[in-house]
Design a protein around this ligand. Structure first.
Ligand code: UTP
Length: 470
């Protein structure tokens, strides 16, 4: 014990064994295992560089707006490139070289839902959960292209057991257990403002998931990458658990990524305003780099082009393609690490006297990594713009912006737009929103074009209807 204390003292963290003498042998062993898992080498650096340093984010001296592909081609030449890209993407999909990957390890504190966010019922008519919608998407893509799309799901220690139980109970949503790979991301310890690691219990180091950037380590360490290689999967389609509008496997996006020999690519939205809370796609030394909304200087955020559009108009929405070989390359050296970001939080903990404290004001720092920080490490990277109404309706909050209610409205609105494009009549309220609830199952149509092809199966829609096309 004295040796351990000395070792911990060297990194100023001996407080984590303050209650050791009071613990039963089992609990002692559990705490010792957690201490063994700490990164003794890096902790002092984290404390100095991130925990005690409020200005730990370094904005590059020079950055420009990143180039991107528009959502729809603007020129004949571009139209040709897009058509070719779709063919390339379709060949990748039908060749079994693509897979779906959802990051679902977050805490979902803002939504305040009991259980993994992926189990949140969201679809406007059938109340399907997010996980079910994603799985049905992959199934439908598999059917369309006569292949199997494996589904990788990243959880965290907070929700891994529950997520596994949900998939089991749902019989893997028809994907087959062998095609669903659930794995856990890592965690990082929580600190007080002086850099001391906190205990959440006398035998428990306070910790939290290491951010969605942790996926790039966890995909490798969990054996997911090895599984992909065994199956011949080359491109991973990455999305966030909160977005039911995701076009999970997009031939155009995959085709542009492959045609341009990109290693990690992104979809982007045109920002709703200069200060929208999304990361900004920038170019730094020729590399695509995301600068968080909170870090982008005001002048840059408001800068306009001659035509009045925002200079930095591309927002990041957590939709990426990642080459399996890129994940391997990052991890091969053994010391791959993304920069850490600090978040000031209220962290429940034990005080010096062993009393449990539920802080009412922020009392410490959680550290996490962001997946988009890997983009500049890629040799090449593509950005494809997408349309908010088509592909982005995240469920983040219990009420107001980005709430489940807004997401459901957007799901109905997209279905209405597809139906009208197919030639159907959708009753609308005076404010223009659909006067009905609409849901199109992925098995019925994955795209507006798929729906057009099934026009004769669309019934007449009346005000107040709840229509499910499945
Ligand atoms: P958010 O930034 O929305 O965080 O995550 P969150 O933890 O889910 O929700 P709040 O902030 O507590 O309300 C964006 C995506 O990244 C995943 C989330 O599950 C979500 O799909 N994520 C986030 C992880 O997988 N691991 C993490 O450590 C953090």
């Amino acid at each position: 014990m004295e040796n351990l204390r000395k070792k911990l003292q060297l990194i100023n963290q001996s407080q984590v064994i303050d209650f050791m003498a009071e613990l039963s042998p089992d609990r002692k062993a559990s705490l010792l295992r957690q201490i063994e898992g700490l990164d003794f080498q890096k902790i002092p650096e984290w404390v100095e560089k991130y925990v005690k340093n409020e200005d730990c984010v370094k904005i590059p001296d020079h950055f420009d707006p990143a180039p991107s592909y528009p959502a729809r081609p603007n020129t004949a030449e571009q139209a040709k490139k897009y058509a070719e890209a779709v063919k390339i993407g379709e060949a990748v999909i039908s060749g079994g070289r693509a897979a779906g990957f959802v990051v679902a390890g977050g805490q979902g504190t803002r939504l305040g839902f009991d259980g993994p966010k992926g189990n949140y019922p969201i679809s406007p008519v059938e109340n399907k959960t997010l996980f079910r919608i994603f799985a049905e998407n992959l199934l439908a893509v598999g059917k369309k292209y006569n292949t199997t799309l494996p589904f990788y799901i990243m959880t965290s220690p907070l929700n891994d057991d529950a997520t596994v139980a949900i998939f089991q109970a749902a019989n893997y949503y028809g994907l087959g257990k062998e095609n669903v790979f659930i794995f856990q991301q890592g965690t990082l310890p929580n600190f007080d403002f002086d850099g001391n690691i906190l205990l959440s219990e006398k035998d428990q180091i306070a910790s939290s998931p290491d951010g969605h950037g942790g996926s790039l380590l966890a995909l490798y360490n969990s054996g997911a990458v090895a599984d992909m290689k065994k199956r011949g999967v080359e491109v991973l389609s990455y999305w966030q658990v909160d977005n039911p509008l995701i076009n999970a496997i997009d031939p155009l996006f995959i085709g542009l990524h492959v045609a341009d020999k990109a290693e990690m690519s992104s979809k982007a939205l045109l920002k709703a305003g200069p200060m929208e809370k999304v990361g900004n796609f920038c170019a730094v030394d020729g590399k695509v780099t995301v600068i968080e909304y909170s870090d982008l200087p005001d002048a840059a955020a408001h800068r306009k082009n001659d035509d009045g559009s925002l200079a930095f108009e591309l927002g990041s929405i957590g939709i990426h393609l990642i080459d399996v070989s890129f994940i391997e390359k990052l991890n091969n050296g053994g010391d791959f690490a993304l920069p850490l970001h600090r978040a000031v939080k209220k962290i429940p903990h034990m005080d010096k006297n062993g009393r449990r404290i539920q802080p009412e004001v922020p009392n410490g720092v959680k550290l996490e990594t962001f997946v988009f920080d890997a983009i500049p490490l890629a040799d090449r990277s593509v950005i494809l713009q997408t349309l908010r109404a088509e592909e982005f309706a995240p469920v983040k909050n219990a009420a107001g912006t980005d709430s489940a209610e807004v997401t459901r409205q957007m799901m109905t609105a997209r279905a209405a737009a597809w139906l009208e494009a197919a030639g159907a009549q959708v009753p609308r309220k005076p404010d223009g929103t659909p006067d009905c609830a609409l849901e199109i199952a992925p098995s019925f149509a994955l795209t507006a074009d798929d729906l057009k092809a099934r026009f004769n199966q669309i019934p007449k829609i009346k005000s107040g209807d709840e229509l499910y096309l499945g």
